[in-house]
Ligand binder design. Structure first.
Ligand code: ARG
Length: 579
């Protein structure tokens, strides 16, 4: 089923055809004067210009042909030639009964969504937060549209950080069997390190490697040996991965972020030389100073797109090589029909190179990067802790939950709650604040971290939306959900406005999907909350003496709640029962 706007648009288009007017101008938009009308079509103006006629005359001609086909609205001309559509009150109510919540034609592609992308043994920091939140929301949105989506975390589990950690551990515990080349027995089952150990070791060794060339060389050699399959190193590496992944799962679960595949870069190591051979055989690569590269520049490129580096002169493979092998598996083994990556926008050149190389290799499916900007601190630079380090995701979550707890106490909600309830609500409020703050921006836009602003109960925030939903639920709990009560004679301005907002739902969802923009979902939720509040402030519901009118208003509440909860789910926001 299509939205009210789409229905009106489709008859308008027909009439444009009939009148030999270019149907490209037949689209409708929301009225600029909601006090006068609900929708408007401005197409008479460009057509008048094309035909050399007065716009008012064109508009009247359109209305004359359109009105008989359009019984649900009254049409009239306003201003220089705007065609206005005012829905009849009973049509508004009829349309409310069957609002379309889903797109008319469900989509059904096998989509692979690559997001999250944290690096093993390094703490999960705010840089990966955005990828996780945006990716999770897009996954839900794509599924809502009907696609089959596989979410893959694509862990960074194979870089030089592994060699560094091996070296650091060897310094501390040289006698461990992992470091003895000729050791042939079984290694201990217990990990020699905890996540805490890794988190202490990594920043220190990484700083030292920057200053000490010998140490850096040692780490590089260890990485190489690991990649060549040295048994003790492989065993250690597995422990590093296991302890990190265990914690990652926990942190991401708190955020409501889940993956279908927990694959990592290491998975593709055995495939890289085969891939290299294939590319060479097809004549797609060339040698340059001992390295193997693929030219990806195209005629007409605005910026310089350097060749993709497939293999270094020392034989090592790269990030891009792994990405190509991953594409191969996703397409040829898992049957992917579209690939989407949610990765920091600063990697856009990398992905441009990878996509172009993949095209050369014969992949024709859509491949798309959804790049995003940074979350900045008050200084305008990527957000850091007060000490200047990266803030761990866990700390960030704690910070928001503590803030939410304080807010709940300030507004006096806490006193009616048990400690358990307070904890749960504070957690959900904190997460809603964080997610809504992040997702309400167009992904590419940078934004500023500001806990107080995120947690405000007023304005465009997660907590405000949670509060509106609590209010609607409270009304429905008292008034019941009577279903559609039959047509009431007149609608107030606010009832009408809320209804029109409700009619937009499927169009906005489709738009958010087409633009890959969770911010459009945020906008939809906020607009709906605002319309609801204006309705709530001017139309008595529970105390309305006219039973039918009361039931009609409850029906509006019910519809609002239904849409809000769908939007919450698409944004990964969990409603609370009290606030
Ligand atoms: N681990 C990478 C990073 O932290 C992100 C991985 C993105 N996905 C991909 N297929 N390259 O930058």
């Amino acid at each position: 089923m299509s939205s009210v706007q789409k229905q009106l648009e489709s008859v308008t288009r027909e009439v444009f055809h009939k009148l030999n007017f270019d149907p490209i101008f037949s689209s409708l938009k929301f009225s600029d004067r909601p006090d006068l009308s609900d929708y408007q079509c401005n197409g008479a103006l460009p057509i008048a210009k094309q035909q050399g006629l007065p716009p008012q005359q064109v508009a009247h001609a359109i209305i004359e042909a359109l009105q008989p086909l359009c019984s649900q609205a009254e049409l009239f001309v306003a201003g220089p030639g705007f065609i206005n559509f005012k829905l009849k009150d009973d049509s508004v109510q009829e349309a409310l009964k069957n609002i379309s919540l889903k797109p008319a034609l469900p989509l059904s592609q096998n989509v692979f969504l690559d997001y999250g992308g944290p690096n093993v043994a390094k703490p999960l920091h705010v840089g990966h937060l955005r990828s996780s939140l945006i990716g999770e929301s897009l996954k839900r949105l794509f599924r809502y549209m009907g696609h089959k989506v596989t979410g893959d975390i694509h862990l960074g589990d194979w870089g030089t950080q592994m060699g560094m950690l091996i070296v650091a551990l060897q310094e501390q515990f040289p006698s461990l069997p992992y470091f003895q080349k000729d050791f042939e027995g079984d290694y201990p089952k217990e990990s020699p390190v905890t996540l805490k150990d890794l988190e202490d070791l990594y920043p220190k060794i990484s700083t030292r490697c920057k200053e000490d060339k010998d140490l850096a060389d040692q780490a590089r050699r260890a990485t190489m040996e690991l990649q060549q399959g040295r048994r003790g190193y492989k065993a250690l590496w597995q422990f590093f991965v296991d302890v990190s992944v265990e914690d990652l799962r926990l942190q991401l679960e708190k955020l409501g972020v889940t993956f279908d595949q927990w694959f990592g870069e290491s998975r593709y190591q055995d495939k890289l030389s085969g891939l290299l051979e294939e590319v060479k055989q097809k004549g797609l690569s060339r040698e340059s100073e001992g390295a193997v590269i693929i030219d990806v520049a195209r005629e007409g490129d605005k910026a310089d797109i350097p060749p993709l580096l497939l293999q270094k002169s020392d034989g090592g493979f790269l990030y891009a090589t792994t990405d190509l092998a991953t594409i191969d598996e996703r397409v040829n083994h898992f049957g992917a029909e579209a690939l989407i990556y949610v990765v920091d926008g600063r990697q856009s050149l990398h992905f441009e190179q990878v996509f172009r190389a993949a095209r050369k290799m014969g992949y024709t499916l859509p491949m798309e990067l959804i790049g995003f900007g940074t979350m900045n601190g008050a200084d305008g630079k990527p957000f850091k802790t007060r000490e200047g380090g990266v803030m761990r995701l866990e700390e960030l979550i704690d910070l928001l939950v503590a803030g939410a707890t304080q807010r709940l106490e300030e507004v006096g909600v806490s006193k009616d709650l048990t400690l358990e309830e307070e904890k749960e609500i504070a957690f959900k409020v904190g997460m809603a604040a964080l997610k809504f703050a992040d997702l309400q921006h167009n992904p590419m836009q940078n934004y500023q971290f500001d806990v107080n602003k995120f947690l405000s109960f007023e304005g465009k925030t997660g907590p405000y939306l949670l509060y509106v939903v609590v209010r609607i639920k409270a009304i429905l709990a008292k008034g019941g959900t009577p279903g559609f009560p039959g047509i009431v004679p007149v609608l107030t301005k606010q009832e009408r406005e809320l209804a029109i907002t409700l009619f937009r739902f499927s169009d906005l969802i489709s738009l958010a999907y087409e633009k890959r923009a969770p911010n459009i979902l945020c906008e939809a939720a906020f607009d709906l909350a605002q319309s609801f509040n204006r309705f709530y402030q001017s139309c008595p519901i529970l105390i309305e003496p006219d039973e039918q009118l009361k039931n009609f208003r409850l029906f509006l509440c019910e519809k609002t709640l239904q849409q809000m909860l769908i939007l919450f789910d698409l944004l990964g926001i969990e409603p609370v029962e009290r606030m």
